[in-house]
Ligand binder design. Structure first.
Ligand code: GDG
Length: 451
């Protein structure tokens, strides 16, 4: 079996295991367990200047190759072009997208530095799998270094219609870079359609056939086990006690403007304003760990949410009832799984999301005898697979309020029927299947493109 080289902006720390491992490391666990592999990417550290040779560490059959980035390069590549230009554009938020030529140049510089450092590490039959919007030009830069290996790319976030994407200065250049990959994976059929049209418009019709949808999944069995175990543990017991019999609504999201949190809080406020029977009866826990706190828009989002949380509790709380519990600290994965099992409603309302794994985790965490209800945005990539959810338009707070009321009053029989229709897809289209499908497509792709 050929060696697998995974390229991602952030490489997991070789010392991190299990509960502390990042999302991508969890999704790739199966693929990495079966073969020799290498992680390649940023070390997580900055220095005076970007390193030219990677630092290597080995754990069994797994090698970690990481580069420190120069402070200025990091700022322009990561905070600048990746997070402040590409991220909002790919999530259909042109109004939030800021472009600067200097940031774009920094993004290209870092991708070129990655390619120069990675090329000499490649063995003849390695396969390279690059992940996400930070490294779009990596394939083209590797080809420039004479690399003729099979190169795959997976985009974890949405790909918007071409008219929207090409509003990003240099957008067409980035699409052309994607044509250097042998397989270009996206989350949904809509994303695939948009990207194919983009490739044709950018004069790379030949690459359109290499685009395919590979919806990412979770390790459902292990999440279910974690939820069962945690739900029987002391921490969940303490939390349950604090609810004093009230019904729990729960949301878990990185604190990001794509996740629709202000609209969600507005929707919850509408529930309390319009459906008074829920007063004293419902508790909404929102876990929203701070993310990208060094980008201005994320700081202002945080202020906005602080205000919403204060307003909701100020207006509706009683001395013995806080309708909203809001925390910006991360919670341990197993604890989250136990809380999700306790929640009667999983509230997942992103304005746009590549997939959204929380929706799948919520389904996997449920007790089959007494499952909760998933309330899900139509604009999450997960929506077509999870049609047992109450699907809604997350921009309309009244729709959120109505869906919450329907979920909170739904009879057991309907909850079971809806949950059963989702449980199969979540289990079958899991992380393992995602890896296997992508890698077998890459392995079976026609001979690698010549440099
Ligand atoms: C990107 C795309 C796509 C969240 N808070 C805590 C915590 N989490 C975990 C969740 C889930 C993961 O983080 C978040 O994954 P999502 O898929 O929901 O969202 P993004 O982070 O935006 O991920 C997305 C994904 O890539 C994969 O392709 O689905 O569309 O945007 O697993 O449970 N985990 C812990 N504590 C927290 O407080 N331990």
């Amino acid at each position: 079996m050929s060696r697998l080289v995974i390229v991602a902006n952030r490489v997991p720390n070789p010392r991190d295991r299990g509960a502390t491992a990042g999302g991508l490391a969890v999704a790739l666990k199966d693929a990495l367990a079966r073969r020799e592999a290498m992680w390649f990417g940023w070390s997580g550290h900055t220095a005076e200047a970007t390193a030219t040779t990677p630092t290597l560490a080995t754990r069994g059959r797994l090698t970690y190759a990481t580069l420190d980035l120069g402070r200025e390069d990091y700022r322009r590549y990561y905070q600048g072009f990746a997070n402040a230009s590409l991220w909002p554009t790919l999530h259909y938020r042109l109004g939030l997208s800021q472009f600067s030529r200097e940031d774009y140049a920094g993004y290209r510089t870092v991708n070129a530095a990655f390619a120069v450092a990675l090329a000499p590490l490649l063995r003849p039959d390695d396969m390279v799998w690059a992940h996400d919007f930070h490294v779009i030009p990596l394939g083209a830069e590797l080809r420039r270094q004479g690399v003729r290996h099979r190169l795959g790319f997976f985009l974890h976030v949405p790909f918007p219609p071409h008219a929207l994407f090409c509003a990003l200065p240099r957008g067409e250049e980035l699409i052309a870079d994607l044509a250097a990959y042998d397989v270009i994976g996206v989350q949904t059929e809509d994303d695939a359609t948009h990207l194919r049209a983009g490739l044709v418009a950018a004069g790379h019709a030949e690459a359109a056939a290499r685009v395919a949808a590979f919806p990412i999944g979770i390790e459902a069995e292990s999440f279910t086990r974690a939820a069962e175990k945690a739900a029987a543990g002391a921490e969940t017991a303490r939390f349950r006690q604090s609810l004093v019999g009230r019904t729990l609504v729960m949301g878990v999201d990185r604190l990001d403007y794509t996740k629709g949190l202000p609209h969600r809080f507005a929707g919850y406020a509408k529930l309390l304003a319009r459906f008074k029977s829920h007063h004293q009866q419902v508790t909404y826990l929102q876990v929203a760990p701070v993310s990208r706190g060094d980008v201005a828009q994320y700081r202002s989002l945080r202020r906005e949410l602080d205000e919403w949380a204060g307003r909701i509790n100020g207006q509706y709380a009683d001395p013995d009832w806080m309708p909203l519990r809001y925390m910006t600290r991360a919670v341990a994965r197993n604890t989250l799984a136990g809380f999700m099992r306790l929640a009667r409603v999983g509230l997942v309302t992103p304005l746009r999301d590549g997939m959204n794994l929380v929706a799948k985790e919520y389904v996997a965490a449920q007790n089959p005898e007494d499952p909760g209800v998933l309330v899900l945005s139509r604009f999450a990539g997960a929506a077509p697979q999870l049609d047992g959810a109450l699907l809604l338009n997350p921009l309309d707070p009244d729709e959120i309020a109505e869906a919450l009321d329907a979920a909170l009053t739904m009879p057991l029989e309907e909850r079971v029927a809806r949950w059963r229709s989702m449980e199969g897809p979540v289990r079958e289209a899991g992380a393992k299947a995602w890896c296997r499908d992508f890698l077998s497509t890459l392995e079976g792709s026609p001979a690698a493109i010549a440099a």
